[in-house]
Design a protein around this ligand. Structure first.
Ligand SMILES: Cc1cc2nc3c(=O)[nH]c(=O)nc-3n(C[C@H](O)[C@H](O)[C@H](O)COP(=O)(O)O)c2cc1C
Length: 206
């Protein structure tokens, strides 16, 4: 599919065919694209918990405003961010030149160490960029998605056994749509969302 077609066709889908499956091999192929997403210092803060177990799905659904798509989609992904991902830098950079490691590793450490709010921002940024790749990759395969923040983060963390250094950034339903989505929802005009030079500058007209 043409990239612009993928982007145009993606919409948040809330109604899924519960009997349809996406198997491990199919999911793996998608995830191989997802992990090509960018992240600061290539720290790859993301972890994806693919939930298929029906009992667990029901419990997560109950902690997610009982949203139907949480229970009905083929795979529910809990997209997590690792708060202390900077501590993995030595592993990520182990095959790079020693000279680069000597420069980058202390820089990464001093940039993130003890900065809780920055660590959280970065975990959310990286996981969110990966989530976007996931939605587009899924769309390209004819699958449907919807990202969700409508859930209780503490309850979901407990259900999928997150350790304290991980946060659930969003849930993502992945599966087959039951029906065509409603018409595309309202988008703010480009001249309003793109400002030239400063926030109070003129809008992009083109
Ligand atoms: C971070 C985030 C959280 C969202 N949370 C929910 C949610 O909990 N439930 C839901 O039905 N849709 C959720 N959505 C979907 C939005 O409502 C949807 O993206 C928006 O209305 C634009 O529509 P579109 O995705 O079809 O273009 C969320 C989207 C984002 C990006």
């Amino acid at each position: 599919m043409e990239f612009s077609e993928v982007v145009q066709q993606r919409q948040s889908i809330k109604s899924y065919q519960p009997d349809k499956t996406i198997n491990d091999a199919e999911l793996k192929e998608l995830m191989q694209e997802v992990v090509l997403s960018p992240s600061s210092f290539n720290l790859q803060h993301w972890t994806f918990i693919a939930v298929r177990n029906p009992e667990l799905r029901k419990k997560i659904q109950a902690s997610a405003w009982n949203q139907e798509q949480v229970g009905d989609c083929s795979v529910l992904l809990v997209i997590c961010g690792k708060l202390n991902a900077h501590e993995d830098a030595h592993k990520i950079y182990q095959d790079t030149d020693q000279e680069i490691q000597d420069k980058v590793l202390p820089l990464i450490n001093s940039f993130y160490d003890s900065k809780n709010s920055l660590q959280r921002d970065e975990a959310i940024r990286s996981a969110s960029l990966a989530a976007m790749t996931l939605m587009l990759g899924a769309q390209n395969r004819g699958w449907a998605t919807v990202p969700m923040i409508g859930f209780d983060p503490e309850a979901v963390s407990e259900l999928v056994k997150l350790k304290p250094n991980y946060i659930p950034v969003m849930l993502m339903a992945l599966g087959y749509k039951k029906e065509d989505p409603r018409p595309r929802s309202y988008r703010r005009p480009i001249e309003e969302v793109v400002r030239l030079d400063t926030l109070d500058g003129p809008g992009l007209l083109g």
